[in-house]
Design a protein around this ligand. Structure first.
Ligand code: NAD
Ligand code: IPM
Ligand code: MN
Length: 348
């Protein structure tokens, strides 16, 4: 059980440290952690956000625990050298195409949600976000038009096999839950989305027990705050999934709570909070580490098949929140390490 720990930039190392403490506290026989450089930190040390050494390390590992990348000092670098290329590169290079982002309201957080408590209480959804395609990975460029105006462009595209494999992930996830799948697209405007919708409908024939619905992304953004309890599994493309998952995080209280798993067709998985490096609070010990701790639980469940241990972590987090453990993001005063301590104390 080899785990690569890639802490990255900003609050990445701060939140990853707490998740590592929790993993180590479980004293799992045979679990070994290896640290690697990614992001702006890797650029400063090796001249590249995803150095060859790090790629070699992850190729020998069963799973990756990832913090966050992004550094304002690097925002003017050529795009291929920017910190964000580390996570995009890992997702693409390792074939991590299926991103699971669960959002559920924890007991005790009813008043922390940006929604009314009775609306928020019903939230128990899973966003299945495609991670290897869409406008993220199409050709892009900057050019000067004949009339002298500058133009930036990014190609949005999905091939049918890319849609098919993520649709299967969505349907399978729905089979293990409430058997409702909502596919979110913009088929009223985009050809990319029309193909998406057509392929999802084709795949649906293999899952007659799943109730499939389709929703345009603008309506989905609205429904997510109007009545989020209607959603079980949401399957969507890379860009829409990125945006909707940040929105879902505030519906359950904070972006500091949402964990994710990025899975491939092979055995490797990457686990990371959905948030970024939060430069505005980095280095201050203020970040909420719960999203990363919950990502470590997802790692145990999905990559190492240690369901009981994953549940131990999730139960400790739930207990901590029920007991009133709150960082600044949830209106409290506790710092990163104190929140980590609170989880460790409740690990049974
Ligand atoms: P962000 O998620 O880093 O921060 C958004 C806001 O949420 C900030 O106010 C921040 O303080 C707060 N926040 C985020 N995580 C928190 C936590 N754990 N506890 C408390 N508050 C938290 O998004 P951004 O500001 O748009 O981006 C900052 C940098 O992170 C950028 O360089 C961006 O590209 C990068 N980013 C990286 C990832 C990733 O590594 N997967 C994800 C998102 C953004
Ligand atoms: C995320 C982030 C990334 C994304 C960025 C940093 C490339 O926002 O993991 O949600 O857009 O996928
Ligand atoms: Mn994002």
């Amino acid at each position: 059980m080899k785990i690569a720990v890639l802490a990255g930039d900003g609050i990445g190392p701060e939140v990853t440290r707490e998740a590592v403490r929790v993993l180590e506290a479980l004293r799992l026989p045979g679990m070994v952690l290896f640290e690697g450089d990614v992001g702006g930190a890797a650029y400063k040390r090796h001249g590249h956000p995803l150095p060859a050494e790090t790629l070699e390390l992850v190729r020998t590992c069963d799973a990756i625990l990832f913090g966050a990348v992004g550094d304002p000092d690097c925002d003017n670098l050529e795009r291929h050298l920017r910190p964000e290329q580390a996570i995009l590169g890992l997702r693409k290079e390792m074939g991590l195409f299926a991103n699971l982002r669960p959002a559920k309201l924890f007991k005790g957080l009813e008043d922390a949600s940006a929604l009314r408590p009775e609306v928020a209480s019903a939230i128990d959804l899973l966003i299945v976000r495609e991670l290897n395609g869409d406008v993220y990975f199409g050709e892009k460029g900057m050019r000067t038009l004949p009339d002298g105006r500058r133009q930036g462009w990014d190609m949005m595209a999905y091939a049918e096999d890319e849609v098919r494999r993520i649709a299967h992930v969505g349907f399978k996830a729905a089979m293990g839950r409430a058997r409702r799948l909502c596919s979110v697209d913009k088929a009223n405007v985009l050809e990319t989305s029309q193909l998406w919708r057509d392929v999802v409908i084709e795949v649906a024939r293999e899952y007659p027990e799943v109730e499939l619905s389709h929703m345009y992304v603008d309506n989905a953004a609205m429904q997510l705050v109007r009545n989020p309890g209607q959603f079980d599994v949401v399957v969507t493309g890379n860009l829409f999934g990125d945006i909707l998952s940040d929105q879902a995080s505030m519906c359950v209280g904070s972006i500091g709570l949402l964990a994710s798993a990025s899975l491939s067709q092979g055995t490797l998985g990457l686990y990371e909070p959905i948030h970024g490096s939060a430069p505005d609070i980095a280095g201050q010990g203020k970040a909420n580490p719960l999203a990363t701790i919950l990502s470590a639980a997802m790692l145990l469940r999905h990559s190492l098949h240690l369901d009981a241990e994953a549940s131990r972590i999730e139960a400790a987090v739930a207990k901590a929140l029920a007991d009133g453990v709150r960082g600044g993001d949830l209106g409290g005063t506790m710092g990163t390490a104190a929140i980590g301590d609170a989880v460790l104390e409740r690990l049974t």
